[in-house]
Design a protein around this ligand. Structure first.
Ligand code: GAR
Length: 204
């Protein structure tokens, strides 16, 4: 019997190019083990919502602006549960989550970050990468933990930083790697192949 595809929600705040990569991977591979069942944005103007609609995927907006963090997270949690969501991917979701929410989804919620964590956490990553003069950067998919950009690392991809690199050129090169990496990581998660052992992830 073919196992059911895991019902996955993607949380976004903006452009949605990683969302698109996840949708395309889930639609093209008949054996891809996850299905994007819901796209949730904390901003009504997020461009990624249109990508979801183009693909006939249910969308929801829960505005975070002016809302208590705990109330916002509780509303999201209730919605995810009511839709039977099993896995959550943060894809450019620029909002800190409460420890309660993270705990409720621990081991089932992953994030993509545009650097080789634990280097360059936070925002303005590519500007800082160029200013620091590093020769290699990349992207990381990790489990979400209560501390920002700190959860157990699942997969990473590297990108060279040439001496004449700009924040824009690095961003473009990293983004291309992100689009390949995130679908691979979601596949591993949905197949139940990731075992968290403390801060480390074993590929089972
Ligand atoms: C991506 O580069 C992603 O790694 C980054 O935001 C961008 C979203 O682009 N996420 C973070 O910085 C999270 N800390 P997208 O909306 O086109 O996927």
């Amino acid at each position: 019997m073919i196992p059911a595809k895991r019902r996955t929600a993607v949380l976004i705040s903006g452009r949605g190019s990683n969302l698109r990569a996840l949708i395309e991977a889930s639609e093209t591979g008949a054996d891809y083990p996850a299905r994007i069942a819901l796209v949730l944005s904390n901003k009504p103007e997020a461009e990624g919502l249109a990508i979801a609609r183009e693909h006939g995927i249910e969308t929801a907006v829960i505005e975070s602006k002016g809302k208590e963090r705990a109330a916002f997270d509780a509303e999201m949690h209730a919605l995810l549960q009511s839709k039977g969501i099993e896995l959550v991917c943060l894809a450019g979701f620029m909002r800190l989550l409460t420890p309660d929410f993270v705990q409720a989804w621990y081991g089932r919620m992953i994030n993509i970050h545009p650097s080789l964590l634990p280097a360059f956490k936070g925002t303005q990553v590519h500007e800082r990468v160029v200013a620091a003069g590093v020769r290699v950067t990349g992207c990381t998919v990790h489990f979400v933990s209560p501390e920002m950009d700190e959860g157990p690392i699942i997969l990473q991809a590297t990108v060279p930083v040439p001496p004449d690199a700009t924040a824009e050129s690095v961003a473009a090169a990293v983004l291309e790697q992100e689009h390949a990496l995130y679908p691979q990581a979601l596949k591993l998660l949905a197949e139940g192949k990731l075992v968290i052992e403390g801060q480390r992830v074993r590929l089972g």
